[in-house]
Design a binder for this molecule. Structure first.
Ligand code: SAM
Length: 281
């Protein structure tokens, strides 16, 4: 049967251009964004075009295919690496109050932070573990699709003003001291103590195409699923379910859910209104 041509409106021509761009990126670089939600994709493509000074999506596609530096910038935009410390403060409070007491019963603890962006979330969780006296027996696997973000994460240095602005979130997460207990100030940067990443392994991992690599007591994947279409959310949830030990915990962002998780009935919410779930079967 012949494929019916679509009626040409400017919005579906744009959709065709976006699809072609994503196909091209996938064929050229192996990064598959075809199952990402359209609205945020469209926003990052528009922002990327403005940054590169290209007038059309097709021209952007051509630039991306020929210019690897342009592709690196695209990766930063399409993945939306916006983040901050103690961003999911209520979930981290719940983590301190409900999960930490259980983690104390294990001799060693494995934690996966998927989509960790530039690392602020990793240092936040490391601080909680340190304050609760569990850091020494923990190993944190911090992963992201974007190597450039991981390179920033490894430095552990951030603009001081930004970190100072997160003190309120730290307090809301149940912190009794100050984030500044864990960094030194160099010029206008907050540089986290190197000790805080002694048990952190940073690695590239793509939730679209990579598999499980360990069994974890806790998985944090905050503010990543929101960029995925339902089928891709389902894939990521399957990966998390398969990567958790029985009675392990999954934390996802406040704007996310288990709606597209086939194993949702096998989780129990740790606390009403908080997106922290315990695997119960
Ligand atoms: C909005 S940031 C969230 C950062 C942090 N988890 C937080 O909640 O603040 C989304 C991150 O997901 C990453 N990401 C997007 N697609 C990904 C994929 N397929 N696999 C792994 N990470 C991905 C991006 O590179 C980006 O760093």
């Amino acid at each position: 049967m012949a494929v019916q041509p679509e009626t040409a409106t400017s919005s579906n021509i744009e959709e065709i251009e976006i699809k072609l761009l994503l196909e091209g990126v996938c064929m050229r670089y192996g990064y598959d964004f075809r199952e990402y939600a359209l609205a945020p994709l469209r926003r990052s493509i528009t922002a990327g075009m403005a940054g590169e000074g290209v007038p059309t999506i097709s021209a952007y596609q051509e630039r991306l295919l020929h210019d690897e530096a342009c592709m690196k910038r695209f990766l930063g935009g399409v993945g939306v690496n916006v983040t901050s410390m103690f961003r999911e403060a209520e979930a981290l409070r719940c983590f301190r109050e409900e999960v930490i007491p259980r983690l104390r019963t294990y001799p060693s603890i494995r934690i996966w932070i998927a989509g960790c962006a530039t690392g602020e979330e990793v240092y936040s969780i490391a601080i909680v573990l340190e304050e609760e006296g569990l850091y020494d027996r923990s190993r944190i696997y911090a992963t992201d699709l974007n190597e450039e973000s991981l390179a920033i994460a490894r430095t552990g240095a951030y603009p001081l003003e930004r970190i100072r602005a997160d003190e309120g979130a730290y307090a809301r997460s149940g912190g009794a001291g100050s984030i500044s207990d864990f960094y030194t100030i160099a010029r206008h940067s907050a540089r986290f103590q190197h000790e805080l990443q002694r048990n952190v392994t940073w690695a590239r991992h793509n939730l679209v195409s990579d598999g499980s690599f360990n069994e974890f007591h806790v998985i944090f994947c905050d503010n990543v699923l929101i960029y995925f279409k339902p089928a891709l959310q389902e894939r990521a949830h399957r990966l998390f379910y398969d990567s958790l030990i029985r009675s392990g915990y999954l934390a996802i962002g406040q704007g996310e859910s288990l709606i597209f998780c086939s194993e949702s009935s096998r989780y129990k919410q740790a606390r009403d209104g908080v997106n922290l779930f315990q695997k119960v079967q």
